[in-house]
Design a protein around this ligand. Structure first.
Ligand code: ZN
Length: 284
């Protein structure tokens, strides 16, 4: 166990690709809705925000101008929020589509961008990440000073990260999101999470996320083990195990804050979060 509890960094994934308003009545979709949710969740203790973009019809999109509007509104609403944009290839497999968002500049440049180091299945679709695309996305991020958020769904992806570090395609800081319990990849058990954490590069930042009903238990393990957590409607739509109460993003963050308090983990301040993630501070 930890000698002294380190501050907890809460990541929020508010929207994702899959959920619809029919399934999740409180899902933020438009740039204004996303900014409003980020503000509420920042107030509740979330620091890092993993952003997906949607069209006005609610469909997933990779268009830079939509991301620009979201990032602009969020930065205006919460200047201290740490932003990560998605480069997911689930709906848009080409490098060109996936990398558009990396060209946002100035105030709109994201702090991090997602990078999945391997191909995999989700319950109803495949996510293809070829070695070529992984390498090109990683290189583009490195050139622009955007930190990759390494999204890990299986052990082999951690091994591949070590290979990319050896090739200098990836450099510190190493920020990992460990997502367990998605059908088609690694199941959400304490042993699987512990083994995965054991295999990470020394000094890596890691968050534990569980898909669906596994969210709460994986988050609890992340807090207890001295790691960090990711929550949000992207991963889970309900506040309770019986799936009776539709979740809100703020409700999910508040639930983490209560867990953290019970386990005596203080929530990271914005500056602490940047330091723990290895990001440059805003006011040096
Ligand atoms: Zn995502």
């Amino acid at each position: 166990m930890m000698e002294k509890p380190s501050p907890l960094v809460i990541t929020l994934a508010p929207t994702g690709i899959v959920p619809s308003r029919d399934q999740a009545p409180h899902l933020p979709i438009t740039p204004t809705e996303i900014a409003t949710d980020v503000k509420r969740c920042f107030a509740a203790g979330a620091r890092l925000f993993h952003i997906h973009a949607r069209t006005e019809e609610g469909e997933a999109t990779c268009r830079r101008e939509v991301f620009a509007e979201i990032v602009g509104r969020v930065r205006q609403a919460v200047p201290q929020a740490i932003l990560c944009v998605s480069t997911s290839g689930r709906r848009f497999p080409s490098y060109q589509d996936r990398s558009e968002v990396l060209d946002l500049e100035g105030e709109l440049k994201p702090d991090l961008a997602s990078l999945t180091p391997g191909s995999m299945n989700f319950p109803r679709e495949a996510s293809i990440n070829s070695p070529e695309i992984i390498g090109r996305l990683a290189t583009a991020m490195q050139e622009r000073g955007i930190v990759p958020e390494l999204e890990i769904f299986d052990f082999g992806m951690v091994d591949y990260v070590h290979y990319l570090i050896g090739k200098k395609v990836l450099r510190p800081p190493f920020v990992f999101n460990l997502l367990l319990g998605s059908l088609g990849t690694l199941s959400a058990s304490p042993l699987n999470l512990a083994l995965m954490v054991e295999r990470l590069p020394a000094g890596a930042f890691w968050s534990a996320a569980g898909i669906g009903r596994f969210q709460f238990s994986m988050n609890a393990l992340g807090i207890a083990m001295g790691g960090h957590v990711r929550t949000g409607l992207e991963d889970n739509l309900f506040l309770d195990r019986d799936k009776l109460q539709p979740a809100t993003n703020a409700g999910l963050v508040e639930r983490i804050a209560r867990q953290a308090e019970a386990l005596e983990r203080p929530l990271a301040t914005p500056e602490q979060a940047r330091r723990i993630l290895g990001l440059p501070t805003l006011n040096p």
